[in-house]
Design a protein around this ligand. Structure first.
Ligand code: NDP
Ligand code: 8X3
Length: 252
């Protein structure tokens, strides 16, 4: 029987690249996100290209009831999840703490921390019942360092780092693997979302150096997921060669 990967935030960027990569490796997929049309298009494409089965679950990770209802509503056979990629996440704004936008703060905290928790709560129970599973959490270099005006986004990714460690401890006796993947700059829709659709400003983030692309992270996640059963990679930081720290980028 084909293995199953559940990928949150599969409508763009790293999540979408993970969907392609796991499908290429023969996994059936549960893909989630808020943009139904993108999910439908991707499901069709992956089914045709790789002959894998794809289930779609469209919800906002910030809405606890929606998360529980949609995931628990999946047919039982889809709950045999081998790999959960906790990828859905975002940054909003880049303001100093004294000028921070309350809505931005809440969106980041609700998505990156609470959303990840809601999904993990449901899926970790399936994994416990199944007796197997691997949770891969998308952290960030922002979860290892704090940079000017990154305040709340960095706090949410530090929380992911802590939750990653906590999950590993709590799920240890169930044989469930837990890994965090922490990327530096990856050119996706991330900066466009951070700067609320300002494409010019978003593009500048990646000016003058070669950033990572989503596929670089998807291949890393696949590497982590495909280690032998007795091997767990706890934590991995992956940066563009031109980036030494969150703010130290060599732009030629
Ligand atoms: P993208 O903006 O390209 O993709 C983000 C994904 O998250 C989308 O599929 C989006 O789907 C989903 N998402 C966002 N909010 C919600 C929500 N409330 N409910 C459900 N899904 C949601 O960004 P990336 O691919 O770059 O980001 C993926 C992850 O990687 C994030 O956790 C990010 O913090 C992390 N990361 C990114 C880095 C980068 O430089 N790009 C570096 C380090 C970490 P939809 O809008 O359809 O809901
Ligand atoms: C995304 C990378 O440096 O913009 O998590 O925080 S950074």
């Amino acid at each position: 029987m084909a293995k199953i990967a559940l990928i949150t935030g599969a409508t763009a960027g790293i999540g979408e690249a993970c969907a392609h990569t796991f499908a290429r490796e023969g996994y059936n997929l549960i893909l989630t996100g808020r943009r139904m049309q993108r999910l439908e298009r991707l499901a069709l494409l992956l089914n045709e290209k790789y002959n894998v089965e794809v289930a779609i679950s469209c919800f906002d990770v910030r809405n606890k009831e929606q998360v529980i209802e949609n995931l628990q509503g999946l047919p039982e056979e889809w709950k045999q999840v081998d790999v959960l990629v906790n990828n859905a996440g975002l940054s909003q704004g880049l303001d100093p703490i004294d000028k921070g936008n309350y809505d931005d703060w809440e969106t980041m905290i609700d998505t990156n921390i609470k959303g990840l928790l809601y999904v993990s709560r449901v899926v970790s129970n399936w994994m416990i019942d199944n007796g197997f599973g691997h949770i891969i959490n998308l952290g960030s270099i922002a979860g290892k360092e704090v940079y000017p005006n990154g305040n709340v986004y960095c706090a949410t990714k530090h929380a992911v780092d802590a939750l990653n460690k906590g999950m590993r401890l709590d799920l240890l006796n169930h044989g469930i693997k837990v890994t965090a993947v922490h990327p530096g700059a990856v050119e996706t829709e991330f900066s466009e979302v951070r700067f609320k659709g300002d494409k010019e400003r978003a593009k500048k983030v990646y000016d003058g150096f070669e950033p990572l692309v989503a596929q670089d992270i998807a291949e890393t996640i696949w590497f982590v997921a495909s280690r032998p059963a007795h091997v767990n990679i706890n934590d991995i930081v992956i940066m563009p060669t031109a980036q030494a720290t969150a703010t130290n980028i060599y732009r030629g």
